[in-house]
Ligand binder design. Structure first.
Ligand SMILES: [Zn+2]
Length: 199
């Protein structure tokens, strides 16, 4: 048996987290650089779709998420309303129009929903179920934002025994400081952090 077998694309998923206008410039919770990340993710998938068994998008899709929304948000655990289910800014970013994802997961209807693993597709299949059905052993996680939903999705992937990488040039934190903290947590959990150009 060769170690090279672990590098085969079979069994690897790309999870595109919350690339939605609500998290980009002009959105309700816009992060500077969000639109550029959307463009970069689209270009990466267009060039490297064949690296993945399956491509899955997630969307923040809030209906009544309780303390996730606040009139006095701290921008750490509470936020101004964003990702409102059914609103135009909760749709996938227009840059992803040609993405042709295999599955689409929505999350956070009645909770924080920081992790893609909190979500399910329109037929009720959870992200974990979708990954198991596709025979996925490893995931690459990209999207918005690194310090929150990207981080929690990658950590949960590790928690259920999957290999996980975050592609650092295809994500961005809500602030530089929270990005540093997030990367420490990811490192500690065994999530690989690397630039997509290194793949
Ligand atoms: Zn949210």
């Amino acid at each position: 048996m060769s170690e090279d077998l672990t590098e085969r694309p079979a069994g690897r998923a790309l999870i595109v987290v919350d690339v939605q206008p609500t998290f980009c410039e002009g959105g309700e919770l816009g992060v500077d650089g969000g639109n550029e990340i959307a463009e970069r993710v689209a270009a990466y998938v267009a060039a490297h779709r064949d690296r993945y068994t399956t491509v899955i998008t997630t969307q923040d899709w809030h209906i009544d998420p309780g303390p996730h929304f606040s009139d006095h948000p701290d921008f750490v655990d509470s936020w101004p309303p964003h990702g409102i289910a059914g609103s135009p800014n909760a749709e996938l970013h227009p840059a992803l129009a040609g993405l042709a994802a295999d599955h689409a997961v929505k999350k956070g209807q009645y909770s924080h929903g920081y992790s893609g693993f909190d979500g399910a597709d329109d037929s009720g299949r959870t992200l974990e179920t979708l990954l198991r059905e596709e025979g996925v052993k490893d995931v690459d996680v990209v999207g918005l934002v690194e310090s929150h939903c990207v981080k929690h999705t990658a950590l949960d992937a590790r928690r259920i025994g999957l290999g996980a990488r975050v592609l650092s040039d295809l994500t961005i934190p809500v602030s530089p400081e929270q990005g540093v903290v997030a990367r420490e947590e990811l490192n500690a959990a065994g999530v690989a952090l690397l630039d997509s150009s290194a793949l």
